[in-house]
Design a protein around this ligand. Structure first.
Ligand code: PGA
Length: 267
């Protein structure tokens, strides 16, 4: 896991014209940053157009991801998109993002089914987990006393999503630790500290190894939540953090390219 992974989650933002401007800007800005893996996850309707920009003079380290799939493979599900419909178009798919759990009322069983369908469709799933409750300022500054209570939610989400999963899924999987209180766009968000995110991710790593066996050691674990060009280095310098899932700052070419440059300067 020597390569850092930086994922842009554009959520339900951008017109098509904006998406293309951002894609072109990022493509130019990261062209030389070949040591970092970078993924753009635009809204569904823009996937094909963004793919066309990426495929022209393709950069091997810049790929496409989707933000969701449905938990069934085929059928009468109006408005939904199956994993297999993305095969050959996207390489990654975000699964179980807290906004989908909250607004789409996604259940743990659905998330589990989506992971398996993504794996069968040869997509790399980025499984999002994270707690709702913000820790105290003292715990954020010094997470050595991280409590079982604070960890309960992300570890339970991990267990629910992955117990009994097969080897193929564990080999493809990426996990993103995104504390819900740190995600921007929902009121008073504040990024975690690097120390806090690192401490939680260390526990997530233990749990992954318990679930997956030794292969759990090489599953990339990202941090996400109010990442900016300014704080990216604080997270990327942490030994347990293998990359970032970036929302708001990924819509600004300069900020996102700056985050990718920081990643490239570290590894
Ligand atoms: P944010 O979003 O960077 O805007 O906080 C991150 C995410 O929700 O993936």
């Amino acid at each position: 896991m020597n390569r850092l992974l930086i994922v842009a989650n554009w959520k339900m933002q951008t017109t098509l014209a904006e998406a293309l401007v951002i894609t072109n800007g990022i493509k130019t800005g990261v062209a030389n940053l070949t040591a970092v893996d970078i993924v753009l996850c635009p809204p569904f309707p823009w996937l094909v157009s963004v793919a066309e920009v990426l495929h022209k003079h393709r950069l091997a380290h810049l790929s496409l991801g989707a933000q969701n799939i449905f938990w069934q493979e085929r059928g009468a599900y109006t408005g939904e998109v199956a994993a297999s419909m993305l095969t050959g178009l996207a390489k990654y798919v975000i699964i179980g993002h807290s906004e989908r759990r909250r607004y789409g009322h996604e259940t743990d069983q659905e998330i589990k089914a989506k992971l398996s369908l993504a794996s069968q469709a040869k997509l790399t799933p980025i499984l999002c987990i994270g707690e709702e409750k913000m820790p105290s300022a003292a715990l954020l500054a010094d997470p050595s006393d991280l409590t079982a209570k604070q960890l309960a939610r992300p570890l339970a989400e991990l267990e629910e999503a992955l117990h009994g999963a097969d080897r193929q899924l564990f080999e493809q999987l990426v996990v993103a630790y995104e504390p819900v209180w740190a995600i921007s766009g929902h009121g008073q968000a504040q990024a975690a500290t690097g120390f806090y995110a690192n401490a939680v991710i260390e526990q997530i790593r233990h749990k992954l190894v318990a679930l997956a066996g030794p292969s759990g050691k090489s599953i990339p674990i990202l941090y996400g939540g109010s990442v900016t060009e300014q704080n990216a280095g604080e997270f990327l310098h942490q030994p347990e953090i293998n990359g970032l899932l970036v929302g708001g700052a990924s819509l600004k070419v300069k900020s996102f390219v700056g985050i990718c440059q920081t990643a490239a300067s570290i590894r």
